[in-house]
Write a new protein. Sequence first.
Lengths: 87, 401
Amino acid sequence: MDNNTKEVKQKIRQIIMANLPQGNSEDVPYEADLFSLGFSSLNAVPLVLELEEAFKFEFDMDEIQYDNFQTIGDIIKLVSRKVSGSA
Amino acid sequence: MKEKEQEKSLIILMAYSVLSPRQRSEFCALLAGELDYDYLLKQIKRHKLLPLFINHLKSCEIENSSLEVCLKEEQAEYEKRLNCCRILDLELCQITKLFAERDISYAVLKGPILAHDIYDSLDKRTYNDLDILVKKSDINVVSNILEEQGYIQGDWDNEKEEIIPAPREMLLTFNLLMHEIYDFKKMIDQCLVSIDLHKELHVPYRKNGQPVFNVDAFLNSSCWPNLENIKFYGEQISTLKWNYFLLQLCLHAYIDEVSPFNYIKTNGGNLRAYCDIRELILSKRSSINFYQFIDLVEEIKVNEPIYYILANLFEIYDDMEEILASVLFRLRPNNLAFMNEFGYSMEVLGEQRGRYSKPFMERIFDNSPQEDFERQKHLFRRSPLQSQLEFLGSTETKKDS
């Protein structure tokens, strides 16, 4: 994994953790269901805005759905695709 | 002695699209009496009955200068609205043609279908916007089509005299909290055309954050039995098959009456919604299979909302017994407490419900729904949510069709 990709993933994780209800926790695995950790639509709005601001893109409305935001891994996958321009 | 009985009787009569000779006599006789015009007009506006009132008025040869004065402004608004509806219709023809060219499945909902196919007269049923159901997977393409046609997701600014694009946060909030798409708007000949795209039917609960009714599968081109083609200005446009159209109308009416979000906009529902449902049932009686309708309701588990609306319909209109009695019998839940409750299970608001202080036939004539909500607002309050509620309540969008 090159440093650039690693930095992008770390940045995405940082933003997600900052928007989780429990606050920052390094122990949340990539495949943990965020909604079972208290994540909801209310958290999703600022999360999406922060991701868009940080990486200078806009999600399409049909990308903002449950399946793409269920886990940290899902979000990293989607954002990485957007950043690389292949989404 | 109960207050405003004559005004209330008039309002109920207004909620019939066609009056029988006996009803027409009663209507004209009530109009000839002493009435509280302020109260009457307030209720007519609240219940969106102005078009029907004006139409019924034509059949009464009454010289009532006080009424004429009161109605002068409303009549002008009505004429303006009729003109706007014709512009909306032209836009609808254009847009649905573009959808068809790009093989996009859609279903036109509510206003235009009700006016042109159910009421059979634009004069009786006007509308403020166009509601179109599309697949979630087509939202992007459809949004691009509308933008190409000059539509903007935003709001009209009176001072600047232009449509100001909605901020990104607003677009996301509508999508994520309300599961809706922010309106698309365009000004045409002093008429603000608003298009409301829907990706869900208004089922008032979700399962694991997902809608229970899969609109994408429903609108799949292989599922033509779910859609009805109707003639519209010499062209064909798609709407829902009448069972589904009835379902969607009932669910929408229910949400307008019990959703705290919608209280802010609609003051607890309106009689026109019930008039729409009655007209649909009567005009499409031979096309609506009520056994299949009941099966559909039970399949997606919306017995309570549908029973709520149809039971209230039964209370308002005395000619629905033959059609509705068996439907109500089949759908009747064991516990009827919900008939006097508002608020429902939502992803954001949770399971809290408030109680109305008055029965249905009393609260449709006064402001008790608003007062009931204000009094029990604490049930729905969560600190991160309160600002969102106020934020959403302050928008001037999402006018009802």
